[in-house]
Design a protein around this ligand. Structure first.
Ligand code: SF4
Length: 549
């Protein structure tokens, strides 16, 4: 028997052929394995254009009892726009405004009046959204918030029938972030009297922090006492209580309290998790943040994710073989089953042009950058009236390219919108979309989560194969433990970047690749890469070889 998933396809939409095939295969597998013991994990790998959000919603609607997680709040908004009442959406409390303050004050529920000790609760937009999600058939939120609720806020999120994780290629990194202990420079000054020492290993920090934990707990109690002393006297009546605004001192103390409590919770987890391997990330700059990062999350994933539902569906464009996923997330390989789809777009709509300037690495960079910049300038000139996107290797590399383009004259330079930080992304994208000029975005952080269909992106340039930075101690440790993990992360980044070029059936966009590492990577890790990527990449490499010979 087959679970009839198609009957639950979102109303008003017609399933595309690729969606139909995937839903039929998933429906058959659901029934086949219905009696299986332990967690059941399905991975659904489908390239851009297949319509993964419709697949996710179909599964959630079929189950009638689902968690539906997106990787970013932007995608969560997309679910809200596209599916409206079908999902019960909730975000972190900082996204809602406390209704006890005038709207113009824009005080979020993080600093709502009920945060005062002993305060009565009322029903604000946050409380209402959360309750609706808890009671509703499809609890839709972003993955980070869901993991925080489960791990740190001890919310009772009862097991559901289905858990769907969208954009799941980032799941390991998101889990790692949940457990990372971080002390920013101002927190070190506040809680430890100055920068923490630089030790080589996590065990040294364990000894150091064991001495500090009880003192920090006392600090938390002192903040609570100060908050109690600032509480206006005589607030007996609930309505009066909730009409009495928090003073600036109370707000500041509440902020400190939240930060310290959150740091202590993670610190205690670190101290208790002696059998987990931890990596120290503490850059050499003076004002650096100290982070203690778990090397893997295979021990933590089961309680956080696999126990949340009978069936877990991890959906994305590409995330790797089932046995690799099982290894990273503490699963038996037999528990993971993969479903894949080809691209619905012809290769002509999503061409790759491989124009190598040389093998880019730290050692060759200064020698090759002039050629790289020439190649970028030539591509910009070849697309004088079209909008595009340049993927830089880093912010520093992007700045060097920008300076080079500026030196070539205003025509090229004025087209470029440099996205100087991940916070600046939203503004730059808006500027790009609204500008009538053929603007070109330049950034190392637009490889994923960016939808630039049609004339918003007719060409993009991958200046360097996106190998994760081995200068980061966590990445280096993870690579040393498992070189194939490193290759898979590179493949995922490459595939995500390529996925920006063509977004729907009538779209088209060309991807230029300028780093000679591309051909080597393709040859060496061919079995890792999805077929729909190879069918554009391999002809591009062959064409480049033919041009050279
Ligand atoms: S006081 Fe009421 S409206 Fe304000 S955050 Fe608390 S529950 Fe929400």
């Amino acid at each position: 028997m087959t679970a009839d998933l198609l009957a639950h396809f979102p109303p008003g939409a017609e399933p595309r052929p690729a969606q139909r095939r995937l839903l039929e295969a998933l429906g058959a597998a659901i029934e086949e394995e219905h009696a299986a013991e332990g967690p059941r994990i399905f991975t659904v790998e489908a390239p851009p254009g297949v319509g993964k959000s419709h697949l996710a919603l179909t599964l959630a609607r079929w189950s009638g009892d689902a968690y539906l997680l997106t990787s970013q709040k932007l995608l969560q908004d997309q679910y809200e726009r596209e599916f409206g009442d079908a999902v019960q959406l909730v975000k972190g409390r900082e996204n809602y405004v406390c209704e006890r303050y005038p709207v113009s004050a824009r005080v979020t529920t993080t600093h709502g009046l009920c945060r005062r000790r002993g305060a009565p609760m009322c029903q604000c937009p946050y409380a209402r959204a959360k309750q609706a999600a808890l009671n509703g058939p499809i609890f839709c939120t972003n993955t980070a918030y869901f993991l925080t609720l489960r791990q740190w806020q001890h919310e009772h999120l009862r097991p559901r029938h289905v858990l769907v994780v969208d954009e799941a290629h980032n799941l390991e990194a998101q889990l790692v972030r949940v457990f990372t202990v971080a002390f920013a420079p101002d927190q070190m000054r506040e809680w430890f009297g100055g920068p923490l020492p630089r030790f080589g290993g996590a065990d040294d920090y364990r000894m150091l922090f064991e001495d500090h934990v009880s003192r920090l707990r006392m600090e938390l109690t002192l903040i609570d006492d100060r908050l109690a002393s600032l509480r206006p006297p005589g607030l007996i009546d609930d309505d009066y209580f909730l009409a009495y605004p928090l003073s600036a001192s109370e707000q500041a103390l509440l902020g400190q309290r939240d930060l310290l409590e959150s740091a202590l919770t993670r610190l205690q987890f670190f101290l208790d998790a002696e059998h987990t391997e931890w990596v120290v990330r503490y850059p050499s700059e003076i004002d650096a943040t100290l982070e203690l990062v778990p090397l893997t999350v295979s021990a933590m994933a089961p309680a956080l994710l696999w126990d949340a539902a009978e069936l877990v569906v991890l959906s994305t464009a590409f995330m790797g073989r089932p046995e690799a996923i099982a290894g990273y997330f503490g699963l038996e390989p037999a528990a993971v089953r993969a479903f894949t789809s080809e691209s619905p777009f012809s290769v002509e709509q999503r061409l790759i042009k491989y124009q190598p300037v040389g093998t880019l690495s730290k050692a060759t960079l200064s020698e090759l950058e002039p050629d790289l910049f020439d190649a970028v300038a030539a591509i910009l000139s070849a697309h004088p009236t079209e909008k595009g996107l340049i993927h830089a290797a880093s912010y520093a590399a992007a700045r060097r390219l920008l300076a080079d383009l500026a030196a070539r004259g205003p025509a090229l330079y004025h087209r470029v919108l440099f996205v100087e930080s991940s916070e600046a992304k939203g503004r730059a994208l808006e500027q790009h979309r609204t500008a009538s000029a053929p603007t070109v975005l330049l950034s190392p952080s637009l490889r994923e989560g960016v939808d630039l269909p049609d004339d918003f992106l007719r060409f993009q340039i991958i200046t360097k194969v996106p190998y994760p930075d081995l200068g980061d101690p966590w990445t280096a440790a993870r690579q040393e433990r498992d070189p194939r993990w490193y290759a898979l992360e590179t493949a995922k980044a490459l595939v995500q970047t390529y996925g920006r070029s063509c977004r729907h059936a009538h779209d088209h966009g060309v991807t230029y690749v300028l780093d000679a590492q591309f051909a080597r990577f393709l040859q060496r890790y061919r079995p890792l890469l999805p077929a729909w990527f190879r069918e554009a990449a391999e002809p591009a490499v062959r064409a480049a070889k033919a041009r050279r010979s």
